[in-house]
Design a protein around this ligand. Structure first.
Ligand SMILES: CC(C)(COP(=O)(O)OP(=O)(O)OC[C@H]1O[C@@H](n2cnc3c(N)ncnc32)[C@H](O)[C@@H]1OP(=O)(O)O)[C@@H](O)C(=O)NCCC(=O)NCCS
Length: 295
């Protein structure tokens, strides 16, 4: 079975459908955003078909400014009933053959319950880096919080501000999360481009005495949204601003017809996981982020 190049954006939906069918816990919103060429420095995708022409496997490799320097995010997915026949190996071999010269490491993400796929990824030389927990909540009856003196909330879906630099500096300062240490750095400019065609951003900025204090940013896909990031200025922590910001985000999302929110956080990130517990998020799935040097 021959591995062929897929065409993007034309084949993006077919790839998303295939991967979600193979791994139903995979969040469609994030996947679609990963296949968005707008935010990628490079993006290559591949197909393998059965002789009858049915899709049997897909893969893609992506480099982007919000990934660590030199890192390519890769994903390989094959039909469960066709496992162990060399399709995965063929798909990863093609990725490796086409990698750009500046790529020095590969990053991937595997469902923690999927022992078989973890076995294959480790066999390919990937090592565990982080365990990320995805949680979700049904946004029923989410009310906006009561006003607090000096604290204001603004809808800012386009992430454009009169004081852009101050908001960007606050966003950077908030990133005390383990992902930042790995080089997954978020800036306004990259967040703005995160939604893929057909998706929409939902964002809230909290100010204290007019100063940028906290931000929460999500991408919505149909009636579901993925909260990509929530951060509070380190100097303003301990006042419940993270919880308030997310409450406003949820309430806005409800108004927009969004029913379910998902988010993921490193298992050791107790601050945000506590906020999410208070908002009613419950465990959806766990994922190993894995890395290996370029072979
Ligand atoms: C992981 C996945 C792509 C493997 O697909 P596959 O078609 O079964 O892969 P292959 O048959 O080509 O096997 C891949 C390699 O792993 C080895 N392997 C297979 N099962 C294994 C296991 N349980 N433990 C260790 N190694 C295993 C094979 O011998 C083969 O080795 P090779 O590359 O040296 O030839 C597939 O299970 C899948 O779609 N999983 C869901 C998505 C995912 O988690 N992808 C992994 C991250 S990119």
């Amino acid at each position: 079975m021959e591995v062929i190049a897929a065409r993007l954006p034309k084949n993006a939906s077919a790839i998303v459908d295939f991967v979600v069918d193979r791994t139903p816990k995979q969040d469609r919103a994030i996947l679609r955003s990963e296949l968005n060429q707008e935010t990628a420095r490079s993006l290559r995708a591949y197909f393998v078909h059965q002789h009858a022409g049915t899709l049997a496997g897909v893969s893609f490799a992506r480099t982007a400014s919000n990934l660590p320097e030199g890192a390519a995010f890769v994903m390989v997915s094959t039909r469960a009933d066709l496992g162990g026949r060399g399709l995965g190996s063929g798909l990863i071999a093609k990725i490796l053959a086409d990698l750009e010269s500046h790529v020095n490491r590969l990053v991937t993400c595997v469902l923690a319950d999927d022992q078989e796929s973890l076995g294959v990824a480790r066999h390919w030389g990937f090592q565990d880096v982080q365990l990320s927990v995805t949680t979700s909540v049904v946004l029923t009856g989410t009310a906006a919080p009561d006003p607090t003196k000096g604290v204001t909330f603004e809808a800012c879906d386009d992430l454009a501000f009169d004081d852009d630099e101050a908001v960007d500096a606050m966003l950077l300062a908030t990133q005390t999360n383990p992902e930042f240490d790995l080089g997954l750095i978020l800036r306004l400019v990259s967040l703005r481009k995160t939604p893929a065609p057909g998706q929409r951003p939902v964002a809230v900025l909290t100010r204290v005495e007019r100063r940028p204090a906290a931000i929460s940013f999500a991408i919505a896909d149909g009636d579901q949204m993925h909260v990509v990031y929530t951060g509070v200025d380190p100097g303003l922590r301990g006042r419940g601003l993270g919880l308030l910001t997310k409450q406003v985000l949820h309430s806005r999302a409800r108004e927009l017809g969004i029913r379910i929110a998902l988010t993921d956080n490193d298992e050791s990130n107790t601050g945000i996981r506590r906020v999410n517990d208070q908002l009613g998020y419950t465990r959806h799935s766990s994922w190993y982020w894995m890395m290996r040097p370029r072979p």
